[in-house]
Write a protein that binds this ligand. Structure first.
Ligand code: FMN
Length: 260
């Protein structure tokens, strides 16, 4: 195990791209994917332990928090986390801080992957994909420098009451939404969505894609579909699909990515 370990959750690549760039800035790291139960949970030998994850519905994806509870981290380790969102970071960092006390935390914004709610171009500040990517790379370098210097955040991560309320109603809104997945005739039964789904919620039966109800809402299946054959209602048919330009679907399926 590398002395730097980053646990990463990513549905559409923005967070994995950020984690890889932070890892590079640190001079190397093992990125342990936590979309499914992490392959490595005992990281007591690591000197620095980080987390990079998106904001979903005002908080972190529930699987981030569930999987963080499984980890064994040395009390001496320097711990840090980055929450990435389209507009606001929500309470994910604060909830993670309750499980793994964080020495340093940051927020970042990148293009919106929640296609049924907003077009992907909605991020604040508004930036083109190219500019957002450049900004993300510059931020990763800055975060890596601060992590290496052992910087401590002066305050605890924020816990905005509006985001707490939003996160309570979120399962009702988005849970209902993801029951509406449709697969069009453009599907070529390549099976990528089946392999990509972190909850094994998608099956290929007699050449037909069947999406179940245990959805993590990461939207990787929809955003990475090579045929754009997956949608959730009419609005998502009209909207341009998006995934991070530097992250291939295959990378999201890895359990540990060694950088450096
Ligand atoms: C289901 C879902 C919910 C989201 N909720 C929020 C939110 O509450 N606030 C926000 O600013 N961005 C939200 N986003 C946008 C993501 O946080 C953002 O696009 C992030 O960069 C995605 O990271 P990824 O590409 O690594 O999955 C949401 C995205 C998804 C898929």
């Amino acid at each position: 195990m590398h002395e730097n370990v980053i646990f990463c959750y990513s549905g559409t690549g923005n967070c994995l791209d950020l984690a890889k760039n932070i890892a590079q800035g640190l001079g190397g790291a093992d990125i342990v994917m936590m979309r499914s139960a992490p392959a490595v949970t005992d990281v007591r030998e690591a000197k620095r332990v980080g987390f990079v994850f998106p904001c979903y519905g005002g908080s972190a994806p529930e699987d981030v928090l569930r999987h963080a509870k499984l980890l064994q981290i040395s009390p001496e380790a320097y711990t840090f986390a980055v929450s990435q969102s389209a507009v606001y970071p929500g309470t994910g960092l604060s909830r993670l801080n309750d499980i793994v006390p964080l020495k340093y935390w940051r927020t970042a914004t990148h293009h919106c992957s929640c296609i049924w709610l907003f077009p992907h171009k909605l991020m604040l500040p508004l930036l083109s994909v190219e500019k957002a990517q450049k900004r993300s790379e510059a931020l990763a370098a800055e975060i890596a420098r601060e992590v290496l210097s052992g910087k401590q955040s002066p305050k605890k991560p924020p816990r905005n009451v509006l985001n707490v309320a939003e996160n309570k109603v979120w399962p009702l809104i988005s849970g209902a939404k993801v029951q509406g997945f449709k697969v069009s005739d453009a599907c070529i039964a390549c099976g990528q969505c089946v392999r990509l789904c972190p909850r094994k919620n998608i099956q290929l039966i007699n050449g037909k894609v069947i999406i179940g109800s245990n959805c993590a809402q990461c939207l990787g299946c929809l955003q990475y579909c090579p045929q754009s054959a997956i949608s959730i209602g009419k609005i998502t048919d009209k909207r341009e699909h998006y995934h991070n330009p530097n992250v291939a679907a295959a990378e999201l399926m890895e359990s540990v990515i060694h950088v450096g």
